[in-house]
Design a protein around this ligand. Structure first.
Ligand code: N2P
Length: 358
């Protein structure tokens, strides 16, 4: 009997050691399993302290990777080399991923903190009943500008001001096809969901005329450049403006009068996920009011978490540039999923614009 017990304990110990080793190996290779969770998020889009806190609370190890555009994220998920448990696409990309059968339906019973989200951000047209996605941050696209560097007498009101020759070599553009082609379309009075090739070519031409004023097309480094007074204007996302303002008092933000984009970034669970339970746990953790408040203060983007607002500094919540009322957001446009072909056309035109600059 004793020897059986001894063999059993030996087997148990060996199994435990093996399990730990497999888990470590999986984590190192970006494979998720029971005890790891692979999260794929935009760059600069989480307070990393919260990753550690989640790991401590749950014993789950997070493998964290970042992307800088919806298109880059989508390509990586389609390729399937890494199995992501949680990703954060914007609304039109959620729709596209659902269409391509890349997402699992979420189990709301595992997301009790979902009740913290403002109704205004639930059940939006791109994902009725939030079957596949949960709001993370939202915002607008607009003009981030440095009031000290603006040419004498210039009053910025909209996209049309950017073509002023006084802004030669002074504008940074975000490296996003929908954002920049959308800016071209909006400045001509067209919708940023326009798919008429004639309008799109006109938008490209209009953008090419902007070239002398464009300093660079950049990603997250726009924040550092603007904070260091290296450019007068950056076209980008509202939350970046809020972030830079924390470092440079001369920075301001404007939603152009011709119209612009209202966007929503969302948690989703790709079909290839290996740790579906852990993914729900992570999303629910991020939805906690105090966690969301800490994250929002760190990231500076606008939170859809209504219960988080009470834990945030008043001046942040009351800033209408980043928490605009529905009167403004109602006149903005949300990107629609334009379909494979049209999206490819947007990307191609954006590439042409980038090449034209060289
Ligand atoms: C954060 C990027 C936010 C993306 N660096 C807006 N969709």
């Amino acid at each position: 009997m004793k020897s059986i017990m001894r063999s059993l304990s030996a087997i148990l110990i060996v199994s435990i050691v093996l399990l730990i080793m497999i888990n470590r190996l999986n984590a190192a290779q970006g494979f998720s399993g029971d005890n790891t969770l692979t999260v794929y998020n935009w760059g600069d889009y989480i307070d990393e302290e919260l990753i550690t806190l989640f790991e401590e609370e749950t014993g789950i190890t997070i493998v964290y990777e970042t992307f800088d555009s919806n298109e880059a994220m989508m390509t990586k998920i389609q390729q399937g080399g890494t199995t992501y448990d949680v990703a954060v696409p914007s609304e039109y990309m959620v729709q596209k991923m659902v269409e391509e059968d890349l997402l699992i339906e979420l189990d709301h019973s595992k997301l009790p903190n979902l009740s913290n989200i403002d109704e205004r951000f639930m059940d939006l047209p791109f994902d009725p009943n939030n079957q596949y996605s949960i709001p993370y941050f939202w915002g607008t696209v607009g003009i981030i500008f440095n009031t000290n560097l603006l040419p004498e007498g210039m009053e910025l009101t909209g996209w049309h001001d950017l073509w002023d020759p006084a802004l030669e070599n002074q504008i940074l553009l975000i490296d996003g096809a929908r954002e920049i082609i959308g800016m071209g379309l909006n400045s001509l009075g067209y919708s940023l969901n326009d798919t008429n090739p004639e309008h799109l070519y006109q938008a490209l031409e209009k953008l090419e005329e902007l070239t002398p004023n464009v300093r660079a097309i950049v990603g997250d480094e726009n924040k550092m450049l603007m904070a260091n007074n290296e450019a007068t204007i950056a076209i980008g996302w509202s939350g970046d403006a809020a972030d830079i303002m924390g470092e440079n008092e001369a920075i301001d933000y404007l939603v152009p009068e011709e119209g612009s984009n209202l966007w929503f970034d969302n948690f989703v669970i790709p079909k290839t996920a290996r740790n579906i339970d852990g993914a729900h746990q992570f999303i629910n953790f991020m939805l906690d009011a105090e966690i969301a408040a800490q994250n929002t203060e760190y990231v500076s983007y606008s939170t859809p978490n209504k219960e988080a607002l009470q834990f945030m500094p008043e001046e942040m919540v009351e800033d209408e540039r980043f928490y605009p009322d529905p009167e403004l957001t109602d006149r903005l446009e949300v990107y629609e999923n334009l379909g494979q072909r049209n999206l490819a056309f947007y990307n191609e035109l954006f590439l042409q614009f980038k090449m034209y600059r060289k």
